[in-house]
Design a binder for this molecule. Structure first.
Ligand SMILES: [Zn+2]
Length: 325
């Protein structure tokens, strides 16, 4: 569940919009810091106040203790010694978020990101539809002129925002599709992936066999959309597709190589055999991408000889109740 927790932290930091003290992270959030990688970076905050290291309830002013160290005066705990890193803070690399959201949505890179002010950005056009990212749904609703500014004839607008505390039904009128940041996207392989069905196209397009249907995979498992590895869908051989389909059918449960290969109808001993890069294919981008996709998607418990593919990251609506009141 590390990727899920990582995404929750990224979304929270974005909604928050300013650095948070490291000491205020929940234990779950702190454990995913190595997972989020470049998305979250150290930040500078006013070091003259810290969160009381003892109760972690009050922000208190920092004083010199007269012996070269530091202390704060907490209204509940009184004087408490302050370590240098109690003031350490973290912030989301928002450029990273915007760039990876563009990748996840297939936004062409030739049109740049526009900062529209007030925590709203125009990420670009996804299938000829303008996409806005807003820090706060309420602010967005109070500025209907913003939508008019980006509206194009015959195209819907997509608005991505963090999940608000309260909302009733669909907050926007017709012509605006609302994508909840926490629910429609996830952290995947160092990037961001769109969950579930791809965005409906404004213009009818021919059906693309690579379209993700089974999570990140196409209907026949011969393609996977993994923007963190390759901008275009990764194509697989028949054997590789059979391995993924078999792993998928076990619903994330760890299974022996024998059962997987049996279900895939293949004679190789274990799933990874199909993804080894042969000497003659070394350096070929398609082989490298297939290998990287396998390493990204399949969890191997070497000692127990078990393999699994965590489907929860690839399917919408598995996180339980996502309805809002
Ligand atoms: Zn305290």
């Amino acid at each position: 569940m590390a990727a899920h927790d990582a995404w929750a932290l990224i979304c929270r930091l974005f909604a928050n919009g300013k650095p948070v003290l490291r000491a205020t992270l929940s234990p779950r959030e702190a454990t995913v810091l190595p997972v989020v990688g470049k998305a979250v970076k150290p930040a500078v905050v006013d070091q003259s106040f810290v969160l009381c290291p003892y109760c972690q309830q009050h922000r208190a002013q920092v004083w010199g203790d007269g012996r070269g160290g530091w202390m704060c005066r907490c209204p509940d705990c009184g004087p408490v010694a302050v370590e240098a890193n109690d003031g350490a803070a973290l912030a989301l690399d928002e450029d990273w978020l915007r760039r990876k959201l563009r990748l996840a949505l297939g936004i062409e890179s030739r049109d740049g990101i526009d900062d529209l002010g007030d925590g709203v950005w125009r990420l670009g056009d996804a299938r000829r539809s303008p996409v806005l990212l807003a820090r706060d749904l309420t602010c967005m609703l109070q500025e209907p002129a913003l939508l008019d500014r980006v509206r194009v004839a015959g195209g819907d607008i997509r608005v991505i925002t963090p999940r608000p505390r309260m909302t009733r039904g669909s907050p926007f009128g017709t012509g605006v599709e609302w994508l909840v940041l926490e629910e429609r996207f996830t952290f995947y392989g160092g990037g961001i992936a769109l969950i579930g069905l791809p965005l409906p196209s404004v213009q009818p397009v021919a059906t693309d066999p690579a379209t993700p249907v089974n999570g990140l995979f196409s209907a026949d498992f011969k393609w996977a959309t993994l923007p963190a590895i390759q901008a275009t869908p990764i194509g697989f051989t028949d054997g590789q597709a059979k391995v993924f389909e078999a792993l998928w059918s076990f619903n994330g449960e760890a299974t022996t190589a024998e059962r997987i290969m049996q279900r895939a109808g293949l004679s190789s001993a274990k799933p990874s055999d199909l993804f080894k890069i042969k000497l003659k294919d070394k350096g070929k981008p398609e082989s490298e991408a297939q290998h990287a996709a396998y390493r990204e998607l399949v969890i191997t418990q070497k000692r127990a000889g078990l393999y699994s593919m965590p489907c929860d990251l690839m399917r919408p609506d598995i996180e339980g109740d996502t309805s809002m009141t």
